[in-house]
Design a protein around this ligand. Structure first.
Ligand code: ZN
Ligand code: ZN
Length: 448
């Protein structure tokens, strides 16, 4: 039997601020727990060491404004690079599955990055998805986000990608950051139904989430047939987490993992640093490695401490029914959208970066292509932490882009070089695996 790959990168030198929940000692007790249990010495576990992610690997997903070096620290490079090490270990067949216990987290980071939102600058799982596609030719993937906060960054990145199924379990956005992830957020016009949100009422218990898992998530995965399942493993649904109001247990999380059977799990949130996080992380490692976790208990665990109300179970059952129908109706809706006769779908957005306190304005035009999932043209503008306004035009070609879209996208980028409306132009060409940045003030272009 192959082992489970584990990579532990606690980033003991990186914090949002000394008093912030996302601070240096967040994984200190997890480390102590791993050592105490001798987990890294067990034959079922193989330990891996991190590497740095490259600017090119980041650019397959993000438009970092003005550039990658301005947006990330060494800790970010190691954290994202660690997810790629786990991807390699799995794809090369060295391990049966893998868990990257890393920080800084990533699931709130969106396509364009002007700074930090929800403790995230770059999206570790999204970077890993494009790495898996580029390096190993994987096409269809599923990301199941079990963090208590809606994975709005991952959702936005894959909103127009029909080959990435994104499912997020989270506390209802009316009661928690980032205030999104509602039932009607189902993906872009040509990728409808590949985004599924499961907003749960505060204080939902293990019983509630397992009902959703058994009756919605597993059937959808079964029908979508992804080649790989990635788990954005946030542990802040735990009853003791200080940033949220849910009632999950460490056992509940471990059983969830056992049912989901992710090929690669990547740590996201979890701020009950001392009392819950070490137990949940241990439980997930044990579940992935096939080690008996039935004795794993939080110190203050009491069986039957939380029971699910019949009112909440009623809500959960109707939510499951609605989302299953939305998922199964996806092809019909996409066909209708393709026949709409419109050339572009345009959306304007205002994105708040709560950690860095920035406001980004965006206009997105998606080509409603009859032949592919369309390219995106994004205008973005924000006053960054250095008090300067940065305006950028970002053109993104999907991997499955048709030649008409590729030609049109390239000419939009080239035509803009002679206009002074923007500070920077970017072209993300995933087909050619080339990433261009044009600095409008100097007329210099860099290509990686
Ligand atoms: Zn979270
Ligand atoms: Zn096209």
């Amino acid at each position: 039997m192959k082992p489970t790959g584990v990579l532990f990168f606690p980033a003991f030198d990186w914090a949002i601020s000394p008093t912030h929940p996302e601070r240096e000692e967040r994984l200190l007790y997890t480390r102590d727990q791993l050592f105490e249990e001798g987990i890294m010495d067990m034959p079922e576990i193989r330990e891996y060491h991190p590497r740095l992610v490259t600017a090119k690997e980041i650019s397959r997903i993000h438009f970092c404004v003005p550039d990658v070096a301005s947006r990330v620290t060494q800790a970010h490079l190691v954290s994202a690079g660690s997810a790629l090490v786990m991807a390699d270990a799995f794809m090369k067949g060295e391990v049966k599955n893998a868990f990257a216990i890393i920080r800084p987290p990533g699931h709130h980071a969106m396509t364009v990055s002007h700074g930090n939102r929800g403790f995230c600058d770059i999206n570790n799982e999204a970077i890993m998805v494009e790495y898996l596609r580029q390096t190993y030719g994987v096409k269809r993937l599923a990301i199941v986000d079990t963090d208590v906060h809606h994975g709005d960054g991952t959702q936005e990145i894959f909103w127009h990608d029909p080959d990435t199924l994104f499912i997020s379990f989270h506390q209802d956005g009316r009661t928690l950051y980032p205030g999104s992830g509602f039932v009607d957020e189902l993906g872009g016009p040509l990728a409808y139904g590949a985004t599924i949100n499961i907003p749960m009422a505060p204080r939902t218990t293990d019983a509630g989430i397992h009902y959703i898992m058994d009756n919605l998530v597993l059937p959808i995965l079964d029908e979508f047939k992804p080649e790989l399942i990635i788990n954005s493993a946030g542990q802040d649904n735990h009853y003791s987490d200080p940033l949220a109001n849910m009632s999950f247990t460490a056992q509940g999380y471990a059983i969830l993992n056992q049912k989901l059977r992710p090929h690669i799990a990547v740590l996201e949130g979890g701020y009950s640093v001392e009392t819950a996080l070490p137990y949940i992380n241990m439980g997930i490692i044990m579940a992935m490695a096939g080690i008996d976790f039935s004795n794993l208990r939080e110190p203050d665990y009491e069986p039957d401490k939380f029971t699910e109300s019949s009112k909440n179970m009623g809500y959960i059952k109707s939510l499951v029914k609605t989302q299953l129908a939305n998922f199964r109706n996806r092809e019909e809706v996409i066909a209708r959208n393709r026949r709409s006769g419109k050339e572009f779908e345009s959306v304007t957005k205002s994105i708040f970066y709560d950690t860095d306190y920035l406001q980004e304005g965006q206009r997105i035009d998606l080509r409603l292509c009859p032949a592919c999932c369309g390219f995106r043209r994004m205008e973005s503008s924000a006053v960054q932490a250095d008090s300067r306004r940065y305006t950028a035009l970002c053109v993104s070609l999907p991997r499955a882009c048709c030649s008409a879209c590729a030609t049109q996208a390239l000419s939009i980028y080239e035509d803009m070089k002679s206009h002074s409306k923007y500070d920077y132009l970017y072209l993300q060409d995933r087909i050619g695996d080339k990433f261009r940045t044009f600095d409008c003030s100097t007329g210099q272009e860099t290509v990686i």
